[in-house]
Design a protein around this ligand. Sequence first.
Ligand code: HEC
Length: 166
Amino acid sequence: MNKYLTILLFGQLWGCSQPTTKPQPSTSNPDSLATQLEELREKYRPGLGEIMGGIQTHHAKLWFAGINNNWKLADYEIAEIKERIEEAAEIETNRPEVKTISMIYPAIDSVANSIRQQNLAAFKNNFQVLTNTCNTCHVANHFEFNVITIPTAPPVYNQDFKAQVK
Ligand code: HEC
């Protein structure tokens, strides 16, 4: 037999007889699937600090939208804040702090009302109350060093906070 053919045949036989050693994910085992899912959720779940960072930006944008009488944008920003707070309450269940997070809802609702009424004076007052409540929660949770203020400058340079006239 041709030398090369022998090598080729032997190689193929040897290859076939090898057991597949690569571990296969056991998708048929519901327990292991649940564990894998839990691991993934834990890995990709945003942390409370990250969610708060998002809230901080919306808080600043909300102020500049409001003082510019841009009520549509203000309405969008307060809704975003509410969504993030709800998200934190829903997914950060391993953080004891989120038990106190609901203290912010009345302040959010007051801001939303003044936006609906397009009442600038009420908006400014309610925004201050909202900001105080952010800080009350930080103090209550030993994050008193994290002080939120009324912003003195827009948080970004690439967004127009004035209402668009059409
Ligand atoms: C549970 C009550 C609670 C409320 C209400 C709350 N926070 Fe927080 N906030 C926290 C906690 C706890 C942390 C620390 C999270 C961490 O990093 O683990 C935090 C952290 C932060 C941070 C730090 C993030 C950073 O990277 O510097 C900012 C900014 C922040 N909050 C803004 C706000 C603003 C703005 C509001 C109000 C609109 C608000 N928070 C309302 C509890 C709260």
